[in-house]
Design a protein around this ligand. Structure first.
Ligand code: IVH
Length: 680
C-alpha cells in the first residue's frame, strides 16, 4: 500500500492534469468541429483523449459531468438554426491496435454475459462529416450536422445540393416508414479536393488543409449556391432507429438504404469472427492509398440490430461499435530550419521548415514542433533527417530524428530568449510547456487577438478575416478592439483592393456585431483558457459583463467546470487596467451585451440516485446501470443519504433493511423495469 500522503499528492497531480486535459481537448474540439481548422494532428489529439480516459479510469470520482469523455464533438455555431436530434448522434470509441480490437470484443462478451463473439459488420471509416437526413413519407425534409450530438445545425438547403442525396426515396416493394432518420458521412473525394484547391489557388483564396476540412467548409456555407459548386458526396452508414424497417442486421439495413436510393460506403462486409475482421482491417489498410476517398480506419459493428439495441450506449459512444484506426503515414526528409511563431496569447511555437516531401499523398514543407521541450526531448538538430507523420491527414508533425543518418555536421537548434516580434524577454512559467512573450502590446499578439476577435471563433464579423485585419493594422486604421468600431467606410474604401461597396459591407457587419451575447463576447476577447465552452459556462453563471469584472477569484472557482488555471487567467484579465479601459471605450462607442437565453434539457431520471442490491435476473447489473445513466440518473456504489431508489434483485441482504429505515424508495426488478419503460 502506498502511504496516504503520497496517494494524496498523486491524486492532486491527477486532478490538475485532468483539468488541463479537459481544457486542451475542449480547445482542440472547437478548432476541429466548429472552426474546421485543427491545430494538431489527429494522432496527438487521440493521445490526449486516451490520457484523459486512462486517468479518469484510475480516479473515477474526479470525472466531471462536462468532461469531453462524456460529450460528443463541440457545440455548433449559431449561424444555422439549431436542430435537436430525436436520438443522439454519438461518437465512436477508438482502438489503435489489434489488441484493442479484441478488448472491444471482450467487453461485448462481458456485457452480454457470453463468451461467444457475435457476428460483426466491418466497414471503412470515412473521414468526412457526420450528418443526419430526415425523410418524411419518403421525402427529404431536414438535414443537419452532428453538432454536440444532441443538437446540430440545420443545413438542409446545403445538403439538398448534393446529387447523391435523393430528394425522394425510391420505393419498390418496401415503403419507407413515415419518418426515417438516415445517418452517414458527407465527403469530398481526394480528386475533388485537389480540383477545389486548384480553383481556389487560381482565385487567390486560402487553401483547404485536407478533404475533410474542405467538405466541412463547403457544407457550412451560408449560400447553398456555393455548396452546389463543391463536389460533395453522401454515403449512408446507418439509421437513428431501424425498428420500423423490415431488417434485423446492419448488413440488411445498409442494403435497404441502398434500395431506397442511397450510396453506401464500398467494402463493407459481414465478419463471422475476429480473425475475419482483422483480415479485413489489414486489407483496407493496404488499399487505403488507392481509395478515392480518405479513410482513417475501419468501423466494426455488431451486426445484429437487436443486440445493438441491448448493448446501448455510454455517454459519448455506443457499446456495439468501435473505430479501429489506421497507423499514421510517415516519411523521412531533412529539417532545414526552425521558425518561431508568436500566438495570440504570446506562446512561442516552433515550426519545422522541411525539405518538401510527399507524405500520404500531400506535399509537406512545414510541421509543428509543439514546444521547446519537444525539441529537447526528441533531440532534434538542424540538418537532421527526420521522420514526418500525417495522422488523420491533418497537420503534419515531426516524430523523431533518424539518428542513424547523422553525419556529424548537424547543429543544435537555438531557442530564442527574446520575442522574435517585439524583442521583449520571453518568460516560462512553472508547469507550462510554452515560453511566452509577456508584452501585451507585442504587435504579433495584438494582431492575432484582433484576428481572433473578428473570426468565426469570435464575433464572426463578415469581411474581417485574417487578410483584412492585417491590412487594417498595417495601414494604422486598427490598433485595438475598440478601433474596429471606430472604422469609417470612407477610410476603408481607400484601402488597396477595396471599394465603396466592400467598405460599406464591412461597416454594416461591424455595426451588426455591436451587441453580442455575453458568451460570444467572452470567447471573442481571447482570454487565456477561455474558449467557447468556458465562455458559455461563465455566461450562464454571471448575469453581466459588470458582474464578471467585479468577480473575485473565489467567485470564479465556485462555478462548476472552472478550475484554478481558468480562474487565475480571468482575474488577470479583468484586473488589468487595459481591459477596463478597453471595455469602457467599447461602451462609449455604443457597444452593449445582449442577454443569454436559458437552454432547457431535462432527462426523465435526472436527480435520482439508484443503488442496486441482490442479483438481477433479466439484465446484467452493468446494463441496468447503463440504462439509469442514459436517462439522466446517477448510480451510487454504496448506501448513503443521496440514494433515492434501491433496486432489489434476488437475495438483497442487509442494504434492504437499512434502506427501509432511511425511507428510501424500494423497487423490485419488475418495478424498476416499468420505471425505465415509463420513463422512456
Ligand atoms: S457508425 C454511434 N460508420 O465516425 C456512431 N461512423 O467518431 C455510429 N464514420 O461521427 C457511427 N464512417 O461520422 C459509422 N462506416 C461508418 C463511419 C462512421 C465514418 C464517422 C461518423 C462518426 C464518427 C465516429
Amino acid at each position: 500500500m502506498m502511504p496516504p500522503l503520497l496517494q494524496a499528492a498523486d491524486r492532486e497531480k491527477a486532478r490538475r492534469r485532468l483539468a488541463e486535459l479537459r481544457e486542451l481537448i475542449r480547445y482542440h474540439n472547437h478548432r476541429y468541429y466548429v472552426l474546421d481548422d485543427p491545430e494538431i494532428p489527429d494522432a496527438e489529439y487521440d493521445a490526449l483523449f486516451r490520457e484523459l480516459q486512462e486517468l479518469e479510469g484510475q480516479y473515477p470520482d474526479l470525472v466531471t459531468a462536462d468532461s469531453p469523455s462524456r460529450q460528443v464533438g463541440a457545440e455548433p455555431l449559431s449561424q444555422f438554426a439549431p436542430v435537436p436530434h430525436r436520438l443522439p448522434m454519438l461518437s465512436l470509441e477508438n482502438a489503435f491496435n489489434e489488441g484493442e480490437i479484441s478488448d472491444f470484443l471482450l467487453r461485448l462478451g462481458r456485457f452480454l454475459n457470453t463468451d461467444q463473439v457475435p457476428e460483426l459488420h466491418a466497414e471503412p471509416k470515412l473521414d468526412g462529416l457526420a450528418v443526419e437526413l430526415v425523410y418524411e413519407d419518403g421525402l427529404f425534409t431536414l438535414g443537419s450536422t452532428r453538432g454536440d450530438g444532441v443538437t446540430g445545425e440545420n443545413i438542409t438547403a446545403n445538403l439538398a445540393t448534393i446529387a447523391t442525396i435523393p430528394r425522394r426515396l425510391q420505393t419498390g416493394a418496401d415503403k419507407p416508414p413515415g419518418r426515417l432518420e438516415i445517418r452517414g458521412e458527407v465527403c469530398l473525394s481526394i480528386a475533388g479536393f485537389k480540383e477545389l484547391n486548384r480553383r481556389r489557388a487560381e482565385a487567390g483564396e486560402t487553401l483547404f488543409a485536407n478533404p475533410r476540412n474542405a467538405a466541412a467548409g463547403s457544407l457550412r456555407q451560408l449560400d447553398p449556391a456555393i455548396t452546389k459548386t463543391r463536389p460533395l458526396e453522401f454515403f449512408a452508414y446507418g439509421a437513428a432507429d431501424s425498428s420500423e424497417l423490415k431488417v434485423t442486421t446492419q448488413a440488411q439495413l445498409l442494403q435497404q438504404l441502398h434500395t431506397f436510393g442511397l450510396q453506401l460506403i464500398p467494402h463493407g462486409r459481414v465478419c463471422p469472427d475476429l480473425a475475419t475482421a482483422l483480415a479485413h482491417f489489414r486489407f483496407l489498410a493496404e488499399q487505403r492509398q488507392q481509395m478515392p476517398y480518405e479513410i482513417d480506419g475501419m468501423v466494426i459493428k455488431v451486426n445484429d440490430l437487436a443486440l445493438q439495441k441491448r448493448l446501448g450506449a455510454k455517454a459519448r459512444s455506443p457499446r456495439w461499435a468501435v473505430a479501429a484506426k489506421f497507423a499514421a503515414v510517415q516519411a523521412a526528409t531533412r529539417l532545414i530550419g526552425v521558425e518561431f511563431q508568436v500566438g495570440r496569447t504570446g506562446a512561442v511555437t516552433p515550426v519545422a521548415i522541411l525539405e518538401p516531401i510527399k507524405v500520404g499523398g500531400a506535399l509537406v514543407s512545414r510541421a509543428t514542433l509543439h514546444n521547446e521541450d519537444e525539441i529537447k526531448r526528441k533531440d532534434l538538430r538542424l540538418g537532421d533527417t527526420v521522420l514526418v507523420q500525417r495522422a488523420g491527414e491533418v497537420i503534419p508533425e515531426v516524430v523523431k530524428p533518424v539518428t542513424a543518418q547523422r553525419r556529424g555536421d548537424e547543429e543544435a537548434i537555438a531557442l530564442p530568449s527574446h520575442c522574435p516580434e517585439c524583442g521583449r524577454e520571453l518568460v516560462r512559467k512553472e508547469g507550462e510547456a510554452a515560453r511566452r512573450c509577456p508584452n501585451p502590446q507585442c504587435p504579433a499578439q495584438r494582431l492575432r487577438a484582433l484576428i481572433h476577435f473578428g473570426s468565426k471563433a469570435g464575433l464572426d464579423i463578415d469581411g474581417m478575416g485574417k487578410k483584412a485585419v492585417e491590412l487594417l493594422v498595417q495601414n494604422g486604421l486598427v490598433g485595438d478592439i475598440p478601433d474596429i468600431y471606430r472604422l469609417r467606410s470612407e477610410q476603408l474604401a481607400e484601402l488597396p483592393g477595396w471599394g465603396e461597396k466592400s467598405a460599406a459591407k464591412v461597416c454594416e457587419a461591424v455595426a451588426a456585431a455591436k451587441n453580442p451575447k455575453l458568451a460570444r463576447l467572452l470567447a471573442a476577447l481571447g482570454i487565456r483558457h477561455v474558449g467557447e465552452v468556458n465562455a458559455q459556462v461563465l455566461a450562464r453563471h454571471f448575469p453581466s459583463l459588470e458582474a464578471l469584472q467585479q468577480a473575485k477569484e473565489e467567485d470564479f472557482l465556485e462555478v462548476e467546470g472552472i478550475g484554478p488555471q481558468v480562474a487565475a487567467s480571468l482575474v488577470t484579465f479583468f484586473n488589468d487596467p487595459a481591459t477596463a479601459a478597453m471595455l469602457e471605450q467599447l461602451k462609449e462607442l455604443g457597444f452593449t451585451v445582449s442577454p443569454e437565453e436559458e437552454p432547457a434539457r431535462q432527462l426523465p431520471l435526472q436527480g435520482r440516485v439508484f443503488l442496486f442490491t441482490g442479483a438481477l435476473s433479466e439484465i446484467s447489473r452493468n446494463e441496468a446501470k447503463a440504462r439509469v445513466k442514459e436517462l439522466g440518473g446517477q448510480v451510487a456504489t454504496g448506501l448513503n443519504r443521496k440514494v433515492t431508489h434501491l433496486v432489489c434483485g434476488d437475495k438483497p441482504g442487509s442494504k434492504l433493511t437499512k434502506a427501509r429505515e432511511m425511507g428510501i424508495t424500494i423497487l423490485t426488478e419488475a418495478e424498476f423495469d416499468r420505471l425505465l419503460g415509463g420513463a422512456i
